[in-house]
Design a protein around this ligand. Structure first.
Ligand SMILES: *Cc1c(COP(=O)(O)O)cnc(C)c1O
Length: 355
């Protein structure tokens, strides 16, 4: 598909790596294309970054038909920029689209516009250690009527944001609050889709946890409120008595690409790994018996986040003396090594971007 380019007449100044943070700065351009039932995807364009014009009846604003993705471009030591498993993001976006009755984007088209846009904007990929260019593709229903139905119009956008190192003073264990009241998702709902609505419903518990001094919420299943699901924007893994255990994908959990990569790495290296249901009681028992050896979250933003403390119904549980464990550190080093190109990519996960 032809991509029409309109250059930004007022290019911005690239921020210093020390001020980057997450999602605060945006690059000079964004990618957009539109969908209609009659024309399919059309009008692919790279335009100056700026506000969107929306009809006040736009479907996304009233009925929440919005999905998104998150991936990063990494600058290698040789100066080249590369993506990590982007096809997985495209496939997940299309699964999310199906769940929310939004149009899918053919894989080849999605990969073409993504790689061309990142190639166009690649100078914005910072090179300081731990920094990257965060890529946020998103799609929303864009009918200009208040009727409730699967949309006939949608808009797909990609914005990019240079982001800082997640761990400025070394990789630090986080404290997590297990949420006993609100639930995030149930089987048959939208928990396995990456959609904005899931986050809107999560914020109340997140605020509560933050006020109590915890950085994120660990969700329990929505039916029995007994089984571990995932952390705010990360999947979760535990090492119990030598085995790595992570909740199985039963329909209410986001199928993370970092999760998938951890499992593939661990299995290839001969670790004992299981995807299954894991109850809060089993976890508490393992802790009391000294068998809960490590816990960590995994997601694109932080890659691997060691968990040093869990709090459930006011009771605090310290894990591994609040220190980073051996498998946690190994996963962090392996994944970041492949992503930034300091370790060989024997899995074929990286995709270099053309200059
Ligand atoms: C995006 C996300 C994750 C992590 O997925 P990655 O593909 O590893 O970045 C986990 N949980 C939720 C709710 C998410 O939105």
């Amino acid at each position: 598909m032809e991509i029409k380019i309109t250059r930004n007449p007022n290019p911005g100044v690239k921020p210093e790596p020390s001020v980057l943070g997450f999602g605060k700065y945006f690059t000079d351009h964004m990618f957009m294309m539109d969908y209609s039932a009659e024309e399919g995807w059309h009008d692919a364009r790279i335009v100056p970054f700026g506000p969107l014009m929306l009809h006040p009846a736009c479907t996304a604003l009233h009925y929440g038909s919005e999905i998104f993705e998150g991936l990063k471009a990494y600058r290698r030591a040789d100066g080249k920029v590369q993506l990590f498993r982007p096809i997985e993001n495209i496939r997940r976006m299309n699964r999310s689209a199906e769940r929310l009755c939004l149009p899918t984007v053919p894989e080849e088209l999605a990969m073409e516009v993504l790689t061309k846009f990142i190639s166009f904007e690649q100078d914005w990929t910072p090179s300081a250690p731990g920094t990257s260019l965060y890529i946020r593709p998103f799609m929303f229903g864009n009918d200009e009527t208040l009727g409730v139905h699967a949309v006939k119009h949608a808009t797909f956008v990609i914005i990019t944001s240079p982001v800082g190192s997640y761990y400025k003073e070394g990789i630090n264990p986080v404290k997590i609050m297990i949420e006993a009241d609100d639930v995030r998702a149930v089987r048959g709902g939208t928990g396995e889709a990456k959609c904005g609505g899931n986050y809107a419903a999560s914020n109340r518990a997140g605020e509560k946890a933050e006020k109590a001094g915890y950085s994120q919420v660990l969700w329990l299943d929505g039916v029995e409120r007994k089984y571990i699901e995932e952390v705010g924007a990360m999947n979760v893994m535990f090492k119990i008595d030598g085995e790595v255990v992570t909740p199985a994908l039963l329909g209410s959990i986001l199928p993370g690409i970092t999760r998938k990569s951890c499992l593939e790495l661990l299995r290839a290296e001969g670790y004992r790994v299981s995807e299954r249901r894991l109850s809060i009681d089993e976890l508490a028992k393992a802790l009391e018996e000294g068998k809960l050896e490590e816990a960590w979250g995994c997601g694109t933003a932080a890659v691997i986040s060691p968990i040093g403390e869990l709090c459930y119904m006011g009771k605090k549980y310290t894990i591994n003396n609040g220190e980073i464990g051996e498998v946690t550190a190994h996963l962090y080093n392996s994944l970041t090594g492949i992503q930034w190109g300091t370790l060989p990519d024997t899995y074929g996960w990286t995709l270099p971007i053309e200059d």
